[in-house]
Design a protein around this ligand. Sequence first.
Ligand SMILES: NC(=O)c1ccc[n+]([C@@H]2O[C@H](COP(=O)([O-])OP(=O)(O)OC[C@H]3O[C@@H](n4cnc5c(N)ncnc54)[C@H](O)[C@@H]3O)[C@@H](O)[C@H]2O)c1
Length: 262
Amino acid sequence: MTSILSPRAAGKCAVVTGAAGGLGAASARMLARHGAKVFITDIHGDAVAAVAEEINREHGATVAWSAAQDVSDEAAWQRTLADAVKVMGALSVLVNNAGVGSLGGVERIELKEWHRVMGVNVDSVMLGCKHALPYLRDAQPASIVNISSLAAFKTDPDYTAYNTSKAAVASLTKSVAMDCTRQKIDVRCNSIHPAFIRTGIVKPFFDKLGEEEATRKLVRGIPMHRLGEPDDVAYAVLYLASDESRYVTAAELVIDGGSRAV
Ligand SMILES: NC(=O)c1ccc[n+]([C@@H]2O[C@H](COP(=O)([O-])OP(=O)(O)OC[C@H]3O[C@@H](n4cnc5c(N)ncnc54)[C@H](O)[C@@H]3O)[C@@H](O)[C@H]2O)c1
C-alpha cells in the first residue's frame, strides 16, 4: 500500500483498451496523472498514438506507450500484452474498456452484427483476462477493471445485442474474480456500469436527434438531471486500479446519477 502522500496509482503499470478517445483516453490520462505507466491501445492506431504523445508531453517524460490492437483478436492480445510488459516492466492493471454500440430489436438484428458486438464487447474481455492473468499474477496486488454499462441491468428493446453483451461482461467479471480468489492470488476483478456519458459511442444519437432533443431524451431517466463526464468514470477506474480498493472484488460499481434507483 502506498502512503497517503504518494500518487494514488504510483508504481502501477496499466493496459487500457479503446483509449483513442472517450472513457479510455480519460482513464489513461487519470492513471498517468496519478503516477501509473500506461500502455494504451485502440483499433485506431494513429489516434491512440496521439493520446499517448499528449500524455507524455503533459508529464515531460515517457509514461505512456501505444499500439494498434483489435480486442476481438486473440493473437493481437498476446502480442499487445507481451509488448506492454516489455516496455513497462510489468502489468498490474488491465482496463477492458473498448466497446461498440449497436441498435436493433431482436427481430431486426443480423447475426453478423450480433457476432460483431459480442466479439468487441465480450470476447475481448474474456481474452484480455485470460492472457493478462499470468502477468498480473506476477505483479500482485493487481486489478482488472471491466467497463460494462448500466445497460447490463436496465434493458431497452432497441439495444438487444448491447444489453446482452454488457450483462455478459458483468457475469464474466464475477467469474474471473472468483477464479482469482480460488487460486488465492491478489488479483481483483470488478466492473463499472456508467449511464450516458458524452463520448463517441453516443454521438450517433446526438447526430440523429440534434443537441437539444438528444440531451432532453437522455437526461429524462437520470435523477441528477445531467449526463456524466468521462472523468466521472475515470475516477472510478483510478479507485479500482489502485490499492485503495484492495478489499473490493466482484463488485459492480454503478456511475449513473442515480438512474438505477428509479
Ligand atoms: N459513453 C457512454 O455513455 C457509455 C455508457 C456505458 C458504457 N460505456 C462503455 O464504455 C466503453 C468506452 O466507450 P466510450 O463511451 O468511450 O465510446 P468511444 O466510442 O468514444 O470509445 C470506444 C473506443 O473503442 C474503440 N474500439 C472499437 N472497436 C474496437 C476493437 N475491435 N478493438 C479495439 N478498440 C476498439 C474505438 O475505436 C473507440 O476509441 C465501452 O465499452 C462502452 O460500451 C459507455
